[in-house]
Design a protein around this ligand. Structure first.
Ligand code: FDA
Length: 394
């Protein structure tokens, strides 16, 4: 005889734990299973070990999805303030770092401990190191094989096994297999919040810049992010690049404006009038890292005193730094991507409950759904909100 629960949650990550907590609080008998030996490993490593657990500006605009309206309902019903209240109740110290991003003062493990305490208080059971086998639809719900632990029968099944990012940490794309089994459509997946790589020739040319970080606005079509860009030995990284990577597709161009608040052409013209004997690279180094200033003046072949340069040459230098078009060769892929863009097509899900429209009792939450947040705590907020919505309904 299969063991019986009301709600079986697959995946003990951010979304799965939140769903299980909420369902347990409603008096449902809940079991959470995960193949990993520890729960919520991604929370542990997130935010450089301090977990950027939410963003006070989280709203539908900060998410990519084929249906930009889908996330509205869940995000409105479980807000950043709800999560902050929970964190405060557990006396976890936190601070705002920048741009509304909230981090733990001490450690991401504080958040994991909080979720496990909440799960326990809600009466939920957690089983780790458990392989999930066959999933079958039955008259009263779902029967799921749990390897050597036999089978479990559940009225509701919440799939929270995440996306494909960081396979080394146990990411499997398993949720997509379950979606396919039950006939749910998919939006093609690709790595998001990921460093971009450069073609060998360009990489070689930019190699002297490896390690240079500069404030920038990076755009792709009409989308732009203002944060730092970091030149690396593989290509481009830093928050502005990670942000734009979620929008970028193979072959697309991105445009970098370095130090976008500066009117560089005007600054160069003014310098030409007052300190014309100085070399272009010396003046550029007032505003940019030295290596970048040198690189631009080398590439343009204009390492001469400003007085010898025409306004046209100054404008060319300004454009080289503030309207720099690059076609990345690729991305570092799921190996380092923080998230998976795309996933289970939201048309197949009810936005209030996250339940599959055509399979009563089956829910998908978190990263496996085609809702992807910006960098900065937005993805955890989606995990909390979608998990809460399903836990409220399952
Ligand atoms: P998540 O991946 O967290 O959990 C899925 C769970 O399912 C895992 O425990 C996994 O072991 C389990 N699982 C997978 N396949 C299985 C299978 N076949 N059988 C059984 N179990 C299975 N976001 C943010 O908002 N702030 C931040 O600071 C960061 N920082 C960050 C750093 C790094 C390095 C990464 C990779 C990612 C982030 N993120 C982030 C993104 C964030 O981690 C991500 O959006 C959430 O963890 C998604 O939560 P889920 O619960 O959907 O999946």
């Amino acid at each position: 005889m299969a063991a019986r629960v009301d709600v079986l949650v697959l995946g003990a990550g951010a979304a799965g734990l939140m769903a299980a907590i909420r369902a347990g609080q409603r008096g449902r008998r809940v079991l959470v299973v995960d193949h990993a030996s520890k729960p919520a490993e991604k929370i542990r490593i997130s935010g450089g070990g301090r977990c950027n657990f939410t963003n006070i500006h989280a709203g539908p605009k900060a998410y990519l999805s084929q249906n930009p309206h889908f996330a509205k309902s869940a995000l409105a019903r479980y807000t950043p303030q709800h999560f902050i209240d929970l964190v405060d109740r557990h006396r976890i110290a936190w601070h705002e770092k920048t741009l509304g991003q909230l981090f733990c003062d001490n450690s991401a493990t504080d958040i994991i401990r909080m979720l496990l305490d909440e799960l326990k208080a809600a009466g939920g059971e957690l089983r780790l190191g458990t392989e999930i086998g066959e999933i079958a639809l039955t008259e009263s719900g779902f029967r799921v094989g749990l390897g050597s632990e036999g089978e479990v029968q559940a009225q509701s099944l919440i799939v929270a096994t995440g996306g494909k990012s960081i396979p080394k940490m146990g990411a499997t794309g398993f949720a997509y297999q379950i979606a396919a089994q039950f006939g749910l459509p998919m939006v093609e997946t690709r790595p998001g919040l990921v460093p971009l790589t450069l073609e060998p020739m360009l990489l070689e040319r930019l190699s002297p810049l490896s390690g240079v970080s500069v404030s920038a606005s990076v755009s792709h079509g009409k989308t732009a992010f203002r944060e730092a860009v970091l030149f690396t030995h593989r290509g481009l990284s830093g928050p502005a690049i990670l942000q734009i990577s979620s929008y970028w597709r193979e072959g697309d161009r991105i445009t970098l404006s370095l130090e976008p608040d500066l009117d560089l052409f005007a600054a160069l013209k003014a310098a030409k009038a007052t300190r014309g004997k100085q070399a272009l690279q010396t003046v550029l180094a007032d505003h940019y890292p030295k290596r970048l200033a040198q690189h631009v003046s080398d590439v343009l072949g204009v390492d001469r005193p400003l007085a010898d340069l025409s306004d046209k040459a100054l404008q060319k230098a300004a454009l080289a730094l503030q309207s720099w078009e690059i076609v990345p060769g690729g991305s570092e892929g799921y190996r380092t991507a923080e998230v998976t863009v795309g996933g289970i097509d939201t048309r197949a899900l009810d936005s209030r409950t996250m339940q599959a429209r055509d399979v009563p009792g089956l829910y998908f939450v978190g990263e496996c759904v085609d809702v992807t947040g910006w960098l900065g705590g937005y993805n955890f907020q989606w995990a909390w909100a979608s998990g809460h919505a399903a836990g409220e309904a399952a």
